[in-house]
Design a protein around this ligand. Sequence first.
Ligand SMILES: [Zn+2]
Length: 212
Amino acid sequence: MRAASQEVNEWIDGFLFVANKPILDLLNTKPVLADGPTELLSDCRALERWLIASGMVTSAKTKAIVRGWRRSTEATAFLEQLIAFRERLRDAVLRIESASSPSDSFLAEANSLLFQYPLRTSLHKRNGKVVRETLFDPRKPTDLWAPIIDATADLLAETESSRIRKCESCVVHFFDTSKKGSRRWCSMNICGNKLKVAAYQRRRREENATAN
Ligand SMILES: [Zn+2]
């Protein structure tokens, strides 16, 4: 059941979601497609769609605010900064994947953003239970840093680093939530089957060569 539903949800509104963590799927917004590396965050409209698809923007009110920034120069500037940050985060993640740690300069940058854009939370009662909810009420495009930098901090400090991995066959990163921790590919659909078929054909060729 899980595998099937994962396949269905791999692409949401034109973006890849295979990482189990939206912040890793931010790295996956520049996949290598048939025509080579492809920037999926091509403009503010695409950013708006990604924020909604990733679940970073959920309420109708916040969606309306973000929609209002489609032609904003501030949002365009934010998107440029975000894409540059994404590449520095990619470097940090590649370091983690090779059993090293992010650079001090990246941590300093993350700390500066955490300080400037704290993610606020509040307590509510629901069915007699107290729940903690994120208060995300952006007033300007740079406020979008709050959920992004919070997720970055969670990834760097609270996530089992041995389960942060890159697909063996492509540039996609993911957090392995499988029971055995043996996930190797971004997805069976995209790389897994391709590699399995290639391995099968190689075995067949070897068998034929031995038989002849
Ligand atoms: Zn892959």
